[in-house]
Design a protein around this ligand. Sequence first.
Ligand code: ADP
Ligand code: SF4
Ligand code: MG
Length: 329
Amino acid sequence: MTADAHSIVSVRDLQVRFQTTDRRATVKAVDGVDFDVRRGETFGIIGESGSGKTTIGRALVFLLKPSAGAILHDGIDPLALPRKQFQNHRRDYQIIFQDPNAALNPRMTILSSVLEPLELAGQGTRAERLARAREAMDRVGLPQEIGERYPHQLSGGQKQRVVIARALTLRPKLIVCDEVVAALDMSIRGDVLNLFADLQRELGLTYVFITHDLAVVSHISERVAVMYLGRFVELGPTESVSERPLHPYTQALLSAEPRPLPSSMRGGERIVLEGEIPSPIDPPSGCRFRTRCRYAQDVCASRVPDWRELVPGHWVACHFADRPNFSPN
Ligand SMILES: Nc1ncnc2c1ncn2[C@@H]1O[C@H](COP(=O)(O)OP(=O)(O)O)[C@@H](O)[C@H]1O
Ligand code: SF4
Ligand SMILES: [Mg+2]
């Protein structure tokens, strides 16, 4: 397999399966996904809860191993590295989750928490590690005196800044951000998103930004992929996907957004997405979206739609996406 020259991550036919707890069935959480993340960009992944976004994020940083397919980092397969090199390599690819409380030890001071990844990596002298931890706190806008406090003495926004500082101490190339502002008050989400954008400019970071919140994606991502039941249904420049969504699922997601979106993302008619996302244990045949698609035809049950580049850089998986107007049946 080959990677694009500008790709920091190349994903080919990625599949991640889990056994259910009774071991009777297999959950196909990610079931054949291909994409490249370009160095220095923010790549968004959106979709309803249960579509497989977190599983992709964890696989990207090798917190879990793909069941099939490949993930290359900078053109190399990290799983082919000797153990020690693999551990060093993983520090360049970090992940941050929604809940900072889960990431911080309540009995450790903030400074100890920020220092911890450096201590584990055993890099430099103690004084150098301290200097790097303090610099990371500075970068995320935390005053040094906070270092002596404990997590319960901080606000949600401050705690998420601590988690970001912790990830930065290892000077990563890429950070997967999984719903990183979802648990924060609306009033401070913008500040934390701006912090991510500033850090990207200063440090040349690449982000994979996972969210169920379309407003977050429009704020931060250059390109966005729309995920449904273990697969991508659409991928393209954020502006193109939001202004001219080609997939009926994307159209429904955009039209259903209750909160104010930039005018370019506001559709006309509101499309109601009926029913729940089906089980990834036994997904529908053909097009997985067909059980909720108002345009579904017979062919949608028998044939898996091809992944097609209909507009340069804008990909979609729907048999009818190139028809100017879908006609409801
Ligand atoms: N460790 C696991 N064991 C079994 N099923 C899992 C596990 N992790 C995730 N899943 C299932 O995989 C599917 C995708 O989950 P997830 O990646 O968390 O989706 P999202 O982040 O989009 O909400 C869901 O059906 C979820 O229940
Ligand atoms: S392939 Fe068929 S069911 Fe799937 S999104 Fe397109 S029209 Fe709907
Ligand atoms: Mg998730």
